[in-house]
Ligand binder design. Structure first.
Ligand code: PRP
Length: 210
């Protein structure tokens, strides 16, 4: 599993406002949207492409376009929805599938309550979006499921991650034989005893939609 911390002053600047408890919901939504655009730039570095001919006003040339099958974007409901538009803006031809997972705040176990994905994911490059990687349970369950359905390249785009969760995810996905990449805007300090990222940004779902 490859982990990329996309540290860029613009990302850190926007994340700082996002973390601020005084930031209201409309601002939080706008910032999450802007951040995913910046992170997606890094996350799509290895997006599959194919060569095409293009005729410019001057000459014939070779260019590239996104390859088929189209990439699939999967926001994890609910908070991942706040990152969907930004991702689609960068990959406008992508298909979108939905997974709903919720973490039990006592056991920290993730369970799936909604699933609307294309039937066949074989040979699909998948971009999962979710603002937070805390214990890693949600992302591990998501990746397991996507691979079981045939996905053969998975990139998760998160706004912030906890080091413990990243290590747990590494362990939980060690048996998986497809490339897995996590792109995060920041690697935070730690997880607290309640499974919250520290310093973190609180509950992203509540701050986006609560
Ligand atoms: C949050 C977050 C991730 C998950 C991360 O969602 O958006 O999906 O927790 O936690 P983990 O790494 O410990 O599994 P939550 O379960 O709060 O649901 P929500 O998006 O509906 O608010």
């Amino acid at each position: 599993m490859r982990v990329i911390v996309a540290d860029h002053p613009l990302i850190s600047h926007k994340l700082t406002t996002l973390r601020d408890k005084r930031t209201d919901s409309p601002t939080f939504r706008r910032l999450a949207d802007e951040l995913v655009t910046l992170l997606a730039y890094e996350a799509t570095r290895d997006v599959r492409v194919e060569e095409v001919d293009v005729e410019t006003p001057v000459t014939k040339a070779r260019g590239i376009k996104l390859a088929t099958p189209r990439p699939l974007i999967v926001p994890i409901l609910r908070a991942g929805l706040g990152m969907l538009d930004g991702m689609v803006r960068l990959l406008p031809t992508a298909e979108v599938g939905f997974l709903g997972l919720v973490r039990n705040e006592e056991t920290l176990e993730a369970t799936t309550y909604a699933n609307r994905l294309p039937d066949d994911l074989s040979s699909r490059q998948v971009y999962v979006v979710d603002p937070m990687l805390a214990t890693g349970g949600t992302l591990a369950a998501t990746i397991d499921y996507l691979v079981e359905r045939g996905a053969d390249d998975i990139t998760a785009v998160v706004l912030i991650a906890a080091p413990e969760g990243v290590e747990k995810l590494r362990e939980l996905t060690a048996h998986i034989n497809v490339p897995i990449t996590v792109v995060t805007g920041a690697m935070d300090e730690k997880l607290n005893e309640n499974g919250y990222i520290v310093p973190g940004l609180g509950d992203a779902g509540d701050r986006l939609y609560g």
